[in-house]
Design a protein around this ligand. Structure first.
Ligand code: NAP
Ligand code: HSE
Length: 419
């Protein structure tokens, strides 16, 4: 077998883990590494002559067979990746944003040039997920995903729960641990998980999901009081990425916080751990779980992809057929207002006779059944904190309820996962 030559773009958290872990594989040669700043101090010893600040030196290098993109973002990364594909180089990437926003173009271009694009690290870090779905689960009709796909937000929510830590303090910790994106807004506002579920649902359902049709909310509005209240009611708050598809190819794909019953496995998926629950036929239900972010878990997935290419290198004209993009349909999006969910409402109401009755009446007028309603005493300022959990109802209707509760302050509305 001839030695495979790779070029790496990006030597940050993931790139460093990949570089350190690749040292033991003697049949893989790292020819060049592109970084933004060659002179930046690094916690890995890379010969200076291997570094460049011009990624085109990698994607245009005729000696390089595989480009490993660990830089992130779409612009200018797309230019580097598309140039590499035009130059017949295989791609390994951890870039979920690029996959979600440019997936269709990316896979068309890779097929046109008979190249593979592997991206195990892009979704759920170290968990083997893409390869299992595309190979051993290929005979299934998967129709539902419920997952924790972002390590940073799961770390924050867990720490706020178990250590009563403040949001800002824990976000800083997650950044120091290398879990967060360069701009952590992508994590806390749910974009990162939305990118991941876009691609994950596309491959699981064999039908393209468009990123712009994925509903998204993050965790920045979750209060400590909600976490405490959820605990008392038998739930944990988690940022859940979910996707379902029906037999008519209608897909409901979204990311938002949820109250997860403590009896559910996802409620016990803590810190940087991710978990992905898949359902379909004939497999039934399975859960894949493991570290969702960080230097070495992510490197594990990147290296697996590099080795998958390396081991077939020079043996076939058509590498890894099962790992290629093999679907052609586009799913019809279901709008969030047309979905049915259970809701948790935290309401501050004036302490007045009939407030609870009013909440019940407004809910009833919208055909919403209340599952539980709780008021604990009265505040010093003569207001009452009321918590409501509804039965399953139309999203549009709960929004109408909120509008009609105009004499109250709605502190939080969070969807509730069914037990
Ligand atoms: P990072 O620590 O910020 O590293 C980014 C690297 O890209 C740095 O080495 C940087 O160079 C280099 N870079 C940035 N702009 C460049 C440019 N214009 N030209 C050349 N090099 C450039 O990011 P990361 O956490 O390793 O993440 C990398 C990718 O993996 C992203 O797509 C991310 O979403 C994905 N990912 C990350 C994790 C994780 O746990 N961190 C997990 C899964 C997937 P300098 O070092 O000189 O600044
Ligand atoms: N920022 C991402 C996370 C990295 O926290 O999950 C892994 O994709």
């Amino acid at each position: 077998m001839s030695k495979i030559k790779i070029g790496i773009i990006g030597l940050g958290t993931v790139g460093t883990g990949v570089y350190k872990s690749l040292e033991q594989f003697k049949d893989i040669e790292i020819t060049k590494i592109a970084v933004r700043n060659i002179n930046k101090p690094r916690n890995v010893n890379v010969p200076i002559e291997k570094l460049t600040d011009n990624p085109y030196e990698i994607v245009n290098d005729p000696d390089i067979n595989v480009v490993v993109e660990l830089m992130g973002g779409v612009d200018p990364t797309w230019d580097y990746i598309s140039t590499a594909l035009e130059n017949k180089k295989h791609i390994v990437t951890a870039n979920k944003e690029l996959l979600a926003k440019k997936g269709e173009e990316l896979f068309k271009l890779s097929e046109k040039n008979n190249c593979v694009v592997l991206y195990e690290a892009a979704i759920a870090g170290g968990i083997p997920l893409i390869m299992p779905i595309k190979t051993i689960l290929a005979g299934n009709k998967l129709n539902s995903i419920q997952a924790i796909l972002n390590g940073t937000t799961n770390y924050i929510l867990t720490k706020m729960d178990v250590d009563n830590a403040s949001y800002d303090e824990v976000l800083k910790e997650a950044q120091e641990l290398g879990y967060a994106e360069t701009d952590p807004t992508g994590d806390v506002e749910g974009y990162d998980a939305a990118y991941k579920i876009t691609t994950l649902a596309t491959i699981a359902f064999n039908s393209r999901i468009k990123f712009e049709n994925v509903y998204r909310e993050g965790i920045s509005k979750i209060r400590k009081e909600d976490i405490q209240q959820a605990n008392e009611l038998g739930y944990k708050i988690k940022l859940i990425a979910s996707a379902t598809i029906d037999t008519e190819n209608n897909a409901d794909v979204r990311v938002h916080p949820m109250l997860v019953p403590k009896s559910h496995l996802l409620a016990h998926t803590n810190f940087v751990t991710n978990a992905v629950a898949l359902s379909g036929h004939p497999i039934g239900n399975i859960v894949l779980s493991g570290p969702g972010a960080g230097e070495f878990p992510t490197a594990s997935s990147v290296i697996g992809d590099i080795l998958a290419i390396a081991r077939e290198w020079d043996t076939t004209e058509y590498l890894l057929p099962m790992m290629r993009c093999n679907h052609h349909s586009i799913a019809n999006p279901i709008e969030i207002n047309d979905t049915y969910n259970k809701y948790y409402l935290s309401i501050t109401a004036p302490h007045a006779i009939g407030v609870i009755a009013k909440i019940g009446t407004i809910c009833a007028s919208k055909n919403i059944s209340v599952s539980s309603i709780l008021q604990k005493g009265v505040q010093d300022n003569n207001t009452a904190e009321i918590t409501v959990i509804t039965e399953k109802c139309l999203e549009k209707s709960i929004k109408e309820v909120v509008k009609e509760l105009d004499s109250c302050t709605i502190n939080s509305i969070i969807r509730v996962m069914e037990g």
